[in-house]
Design a protein around this ligand. Sequence first.
Ligand code: ADP
Ligand code: 5GP
Length: 232
Amino acid sequence: MRSSYDTPSVITIPRRGLMLVLSSPSGAGKSTIARNLLESDPTFALSVSVTTRKKRASEIEGVHYHFVTPAEFERLRSSDALLEWAEVHGNLYGTPREPAELAMRAGRDMLFDIDWQGARQLQEKAKADIVSVFILPPSMQELKARLLRRAEDSRDTIATRMKNAKLEIERWSDYDYVVVNDDLDRAFQAVRSIVAAERLRRDRRPGLFDFVSSLLSEEGEGLAVGTSETVR
Ligand code: ADP
Ligand code: 5GP
């Protein structure tokens, strides 16, 4: 659980961590938004998934993914080491259980860049802690243009991802929030606003009970207000 309100100048009410799930069709910009969020808000920890997909040129083992063989993935899956897993665009992806559970127990906020199948599994396991955001592209043309501009996948891979994009977009209504990523800055600010509001939810802040009782039990000189004079 996060800090306390015993410093006189900054009042921070202890709260539970939240699990922010970002999903989108490939190329809509969720990894870019996730990266900006992690850079601007160090309270977030990123859940680094395991995958059987081939590493892209720009990716680093252990930072973007843990790249594993299908046999290693199967070993993790069958030993219950994955909190959720799914097949996406012909590859296997999964969320390692231990880091996510440790971070949540420590009251940290956790960011998950996972698809709709994974989002659904997390919703079933930790409904109260999940905040889910679906990122939409401004148009299918622009989605394709972004996948081509990213220039990290083969033409065949991009074709598969475009074919799957419509099926993924159809899941938009499973999510708590939907953000259209036309202008990156605006989309990023929208996600930040969602996070700021969700952190303030009453049911995520058990520390409010103690804070309110300390407010109500506060005594001292100058608290009483006379009734005979007008208070301005
Ligand atoms: P995803 O993680 O959803 O597959 P990425 O974050 O990798 O998508 O973004 C795909 C490409 O589109 C990247 O090259 C990224 O720089 C670019 N991009 C992201 N958001 C925008 C935007 N609002 N306008 C233009 N290009 C964008
Ligand atoms: P990419 O290959 O572009 O990195 O990711 C392809 C898709 O797999 C994206 O929709 C991404 O969110 C999803 N994905 C990445 N990691 C996981 C994971 O651990 N679980 C699930 N269910 N999906 C994931």
